[in-house]
Design a protein around this ligand. Structure first.
Ligand code: ADE
Length: 341
C-alpha cells in the first residue's frame, strides 16, 4: 500500500520516469505561463532576500499544464526540500499530523488535488498554515484536551483542477498568491516538443513538431505523450519522424487533427444527436455518456470550450457551429432530423 507521501521513483513505470526526465529543472527551461512565472519569481526573490519561507501558494487550472513542475521549481529556487502528497492520500488527521511534524525548516509541502481534502483534515490544516501550529486533541468527551505543537516554518504549495470546490476559508489561507495556469499556445507547445525531442535524442523536422503541437490540446503533458508515441512508431516502422509519420501514428492512436479523442467526439455527438445540439445539463450529459460529471467538467470540457467546439451557458452545454463542422455536420441537419421524428 502506498503511504500518504508519494511512492519513490523505483516503483514508477518507465513512462513516468521519462516524464520526470522531460520536466524543466530551471526557470529558463520552463516555457510558457509567463505571468505566473514572473510573479512567482518576484515573490521568491523577496522571500529569499528577507530570509523567510514564502507565503503559501495555490496553483489551479486544467490537468497537465505544469502545476507540479512549478512546485518543483519553487523548491529548487529556494534550495528547499519538497515533500509531495495529495488530497486523497491524506485520509485522516493523523496522516496530516505525521506529514507536518516531519517537515524540516523552510521545506516546501506540495499537496496535489487539494480540493479532495476532507473537512476534518482541512480544519487541522488552518492553524498550521496561519499560525504554524498543530492542534492535537487527546482523549474523548469531557476529559479531552488540546495540546499545541509548534511546527517549523514551511510553505504549502497546493494544486487543484477545481478551484470552485475549495472552501472560502481554505482559499483565503493562500496569502502568497492564487495562480491560474492557462492553456499554452501552439508555438509554445512546439517549443516544448522540440526541447523534449532533444532530451529524448529524437530528430524531428519543423512540420512534425507543428503537427504534434496541433493535436496536443494546448497541454505539455499531452504533447510529450504524443511525441513518445510518435517515437515508438518511427522506431517500429524504421522511418523518419516527419509530418507524414506524425499524422499516421496519431490517427492510429485516435487523436484527430484537433487533438480530440473518441470520448470527446462522443460527448459532442451525444449533445447533437440526443439533445439537438443543446443546451443540456451536466448531469444529463454525464448519464447519457456514462462519464463522471467531474471528469467531463475537469478533463474534457475545458479543451472543447477553448477550441470553440462547445459552449457552457446558464441553461447547459451547447455544441457550436465549429463543433458541428468538426463532426462533419451542420446545425441544420439536426433540426431537419428532429422535424422528421
Ligand atoms: N515539459 C512539460 N512542461 C514544460 C514546460 N512548461 N516547459 C518546458 N518543458 C516542459
Amino acid at each position: 500500500m502506498s503511504t500518504p507521501l508519494e511512492q519513490d521513483a523505483s516503483s514508477r513505470t518507465r513512462d513516468q520516469w521519462l516524464d520526470k526526465t522531460l520536466r524543466p529543472l530551471a526557470w529558463d527551461e520552463y516555457i510558457g505561463q509567463g505571468t505566473v512565472k514572473a510573479n512567482m519569481q518576484v515573490l521568491l526573490q523577496a522571500a529569499r532576500e528577507r530570509g523567510h519561507a514564502p507565503e503559501h501558494l495555490l496553483l489551479y487550472g486544467p490537468p497537465g499544464l505544469g502545476k507540479t513542475t512549478l512546485a518543483h521549481l519553487v523548491a529548487k529556487d529556494l534550495g528547499a526540500a519538497m515533500k509531495v502528497t495529495s488530497g486523497p492520500a491524506i485520509e485522516r488527521v493523523g496522516d496530516l499530523a505525521a506529514i507536518l511534524t516531519n517537515l524540516g525548516t523552510n521545506d516546501i509541502l506540495f499537496i496535489d488535488e487539494i480540493h479532495r481534502l476532507n473537512k476534518a483534515v482541512e480544519e487541522v490544516l488552518y492553524p498550521a498554515l496561519e499560525a504554524g501550529v498543530l492542534d492535537i486533541i487527546i482523549g474523548k468527551g469531557p476529559s479531552a484536551r488540546t495540546i499545541q505543537l509548534e511546527l517549523p516554518s514551511f510553505t504549502l504549495v497546493a494544486a487543484t483542477t477545481r478551484i470552485a470546490l475549495l472552501s472560502a476559508p481554505l482559499r483565503s489561507r493562500f496569502s502568497g498568491g492564487v495562480f491560474r495556469l492557462e492553456f499554452y499556445t501552439n508555438p509554445e507547445i512546439e517549443e516544448i516538443v522540440r526541447r523534449s525531442a532533444t532530451i529524448l535524442d529524437v530528430t524531428l523536422d519543423a512540420g512534425a513538431a507543428e503537427a504534434i503541437a496541433c493535436r496536443s490540446r494546448y497541454t505539455p503533458r499531452t504533447a510529450n505523450y504524443l511525441l513518445k508515441r510518435c517515437r515508438d512508431y518511427a522506431q517500429v516502422h524504421k522511418r523518419e519522424l516527419d509530418t507524414e509519420l506524425v499524422d499516421e501514428a496519431l490517427d492510429l492512436l485516435g487523436f484527430d487533427h484537433l487533438g480530440l479523442q473518441e470520448v470527446d467526439r462522443i460527448l459532442l455527438r451525444t449533445i447533437v444527436e440526443k439533445f439537438a445540439g443543446g443546451p443540456v445539463g451536466l448531469s444529463t450529459l454525464a448519464a447519457a455518456t456514462a462519464e463522471e460529471e467531474a471528469t467531463i467538467e475537469e478533463v474534457y470540457e475545458p479543451y472543447l470550450i477553448r477550441s470553440g467546439l462547445l459552449e457552457r451557458t446558464p441553461r447547459g452545454r451547447i455544441v457550436t457551429v465549429l463543433g458541428y463542422e468538426h463532426l462533419g455536420l451542420t446545425p441544420q441537419q439536426t433540426t431537419n432530423q428532429r422535424s422528421l421524428l
